[in-house]
Design a protein around this ligand. Structure first.
Ligand code: SF4
Length: 499
């Protein structure tokens, strides 16, 4: 292979999920967009460590996975549709040698669910190939595409992530070095982006001006200058790396043989971490603001009990994400905690249609009830959020079928009334049950005796942080990064009249 040539070996044909039956594709929870991972560690098997990092970040995207490694100027990349454990095996990992690696797990929020859109995105430059892994969403893709087209750039995919990679490549090819090129490219990009970028010279970690999506730095092997980047700290823990700190909003870290250098490139950085990362998306064992999200979610439940106590015999969570808040609710209210729903932990995405009878029996593929626990009980069921309400209705019916005499639902976040434009798939506004219905109407629709949501103030208070340091736009419509009109129109269906 000549220097600067990149090797990309791929298998199988693109699978268009849109062509498949979508029974299991319509989410009743917001879906996380992506997980990113990278490390610089010449003495280590970087592909294998990246594999395990991605394995820990699997919850952030289950459609495709990819790893790119760098050995000098040579880039090796493998990506395909599927879970991390389905995409990679030992033979493939052995063919990914190098000193640094970039990894990605994807759930599509822009661009179709096709193999060609899997990441890392590769772009060739005069300084060699770059490999980019992106979590988030740009909101100015139309403008950016026009700008890049003007520069003669050709696109291979429909993703905003490729646009960022090509913007950097275009700046490099105009004569800049990697750092200057990247910073110039970020100035063209508006929206949410946490990036891990591999180059033949070193590894970059970047967060957008508002730090909407998380990105953390860890050290591998104490006393060395080997660094790891990951969307969440659970991606560090799995490979034995120590959490060092977060990449700051508007910061670029540049990791090379000489260690880590930091550049604060944004003019007016602000802290606007997505609050939904803390409520639901990120793993409960991940650290944010120096504590596990499990602890934060316990406090959400305690606050929920303060705000919306109701007499009952049993409080339980919707597994798994509602469980910490249910335990917190129980501790604060004194209502005994118990389990009444058991989750099948081995259910993946399936495109095999359940039978009509199975559909009518509701949610049983994923959750089943404990009849002897529930019979004759007044139950409080705690969940982290309601999006469409379809799953909630099935859960309530299953609890009643199992003998619960009263079902009270408590939600450890406020009503989701607005869609996300920053990398989370929350449907269009008309699909969000709380955007069109009052709490009383939702109560009726999902069939509960009572329904209460956590207040917006309560949700922010228990962070223990400055309430202004979060994005909570899906609860308020107050978007921290302004959204171009054409992008707004695509999702804010109910508010189009006002736009
Ligand atoms: S709109 Fe909601 S889901 Fe999107 S970044 Fe803001 S808080 Fe997170």
């Amino acid at each position: 292979m000549m220097p600067n040539q990149s090797l990309s070996f791929e298998q199988g044909n693109p699978i268009s999920y849109q062509d498949q039956n979508d029974f299991h594709h319509l989410p009743d929870k917001p879906e996380e967009a992506c997980g990113v991972f990278g490390l610089y560690a010449p003495e280590e098997d970087v592909a294998k460590l990246t594999y395990f990092g991605l394995y820990a970040l699997q919850h952030r995207g289950q459609e495709s996975a990819g790893i790119a490694t760098f050995e000098g100027d040579q880039v090796y990349c493998y990506k395909d549709m599927g879970l991390v454990s389905q995409v990679f095996n030992n033979d493939i990992l052995r063919k990914l040698p190098g000193t640094l690696a970039v990894g990605h797990t994807r759930y599509s929020t822009t661009g179709s669910s096709l193999k060609v859109n899997a990441q890392p995105a590769l772009a060739k430059t005069r300084l060699g190939t770059l490999a980019l892994a992106h979590n988030g969403n740009l909101v100015n893709t139309v403008e950016l595409r026009q700008e890049l087209t003007k520069r003669g750039v050709n696109f291979n995919t429909t993703t905003d992530s490729e646009m960022i990679a090509l913007a950097i490549a275009s700046e490099v090819d105009s004569g800049k070095d990697w750092l200057k090129a990247a910073i110039s490219a970020f100035e063209l990009c508006t929206g949410a982006y946490s990036l891990v970028i591999g180059t033949p010279e070193g590894l970059m970690g970047v967060r957008d001006t508002n730090g909407i999506r998380p990105l953390v730095i860890g050290t591998l092997n104490e006393g060395t200058t080997r660094y790891v980047l990951a969307s969440e700290t659970c991606g560090l823990d799995i490979i034995g790396a120590e959490y060092l700190r977060d990449v700051e909003p508007g910061e670029l870290v540049w990791i090379t043989e000489d260690g880590l250098a930091s550049f604060h490139w944004a003019q007016k950085p602000a802290r606007k971490l997505c609050i939904f990362e803390m409520i639901y998306f990120a793993r409960p064992d991940s650290l944010m603001h120096d504590e596990t999200l499990y602890s934060y979610r316990l406090r959400l439940g305690e606050q929920l009990a303060v705000e919306s106590y109701v007499e009952a015999d049993l409080v339980m969570g919707v597994p798994d994400s509602g469980v910490p808040a249910a335990i917190g609710f129980s501790r604060k209210s004194g209502v005994p905690y118990g389990e009444g729903l058991i989750k099948n932990r081995y259910v993946g995405r399936t495109f095999i249609q359940p039978t009509q009878h199975m559909r009518e029996s509701g949610i049983r593929m994923k959750l089943n009830t404990l009849k002897d626990v529930l019979t004759g009980k007044r139950v409080i069921i705690v969940d982290d959020s309601i999006v469409r309400g379809t799953t909630s209705r099935k859960i309530v019916k299953a609890l009643r079928d199992a003998g619960a005499t009263e079902v009270h639902m408590r939600i450890s976040s406020p009503p989701v009334t607005h869609p996300c434009f920053y990398g989370i798939d929350t449907d269009t506004q008309d699909q969000l049950i709380a955007a069109t219905k009052s709490v009383k109407d939702i109560e009726k629709q999902i069939g509960v005796d009572s329904l209460a949501y956590l207040s917006w103030e309560g949700m922010l208070k228990v962070t223990g942080e400055n309430p202004n340091s979060f994005c909570s736009a899906c609860f308020t419509g107050d978007y921290p990064i302004s959204i171009p009109e054409d992008v707004k129109r695509s999702k804010l269906i109910l508010e189009n009249a006002k736009i």
